[in-house]
Design a binder for this molecule. Structure first.
Ligand code: FMN
Length: 202
């Protein structure tokens, strides 16, 4: 008799503040398309994370509200999923700023991404699918000790092309790629937990 695997909780946030963000919509699609072993909760926004300032950090016990809110959500999750845009072939400033806060050794939550399984992906209307932004994001996450999934990787280029307005974010082929990516993250989290990874769908 095989036991059902432990359900894993994934906290997801986007590196974009834009109301109709492709990356935010990609996370909403991930929440809907998640395989049965994991549940994806999308953090509403990182708009309440202030610009990092060591004076502000020193003057607010536990950190500013937006930072504490995000830290608590990450601490309660088994893994973190980030969707990043690419700005000027780089990581967006709002996301880097958020990571700088999260990298700090908070009295309650510690450096909340250290030792945490993380998956990164990104969407752009451009042709290169956020490759450079993801490379920089991966680099910054390594600096703070996050355990970022190495493969599969997900680069969504030409986001929105061929999708009729009001009919959802992703076409069937993109959704299939997203599902495979999430299955990979499920396996990555279980590998790090010492569980037997589930068999991948072909
Ligand atoms: C300042 C700025 C720079 C950008 N640079 C790039 C870039 O280097 N590569 C790219 O693929 N898209 C670039 N874009 C386009 C973004 O990918 C596009 O605005 C995307 O929709 C942003 O992500 P979001 O929809 O999640 O907000 C840039 C957009 C802005 C505003």
């Amino acid at each position: 008799m095989s036991l059902a695997p432990t359900p894993l909780r994934v906290l997801a946030f986007a590196g974009s503040l834009r109301r109709n963000s492709y990356n935010r919509r990609l996370l909403d699609a991930a929440a809907e398309a998640a395989p049965s072993g994991i549940s994806v909760t999308v953090h509403d926004s990182i708009a309440d994370v202030p610009l990092f300032d060591e004076d502000l950090e020193a003057g607010t016990a536990g950190g500013p509200t937006g930072v504490t809110r995000l830290r608590a959500a990450i601490a309660a999750a088994d893994g973190v999923l980030m969707a990043t845009p690419e700005y000027n072939q780089s990581l967006p400033g709002v996301l880097k700023n958020t990571l700088d806060w999260l990298s700090r050794d908070d009295a309650r939550y510690g450096a909340v991404l250290a030792g945490k399984p993380v998956a990164i992906m990104g969407a752009t209307p451009g042709h290169w699918g956020t490759r450079l932004a993801q490379s920089q994001l991966r680099h910054a996450l390594a600096a703070m000790g996050a355990l970022t999934m190495t493969a599969p990787q997900l680069y969504i280029a030409e986001a929105g092309t061929g999708i009729e307005p009001g009919t959802g974010y992703a076409d069937a082929a993109t959704l299939k790629r997203l599902q495979r990516f999430l299955q990979g993250f499920d396996a990555w989290m279980r590998l790090l937990r010492g569980e037997h990874p589930p068999a991948r769908e072909t």
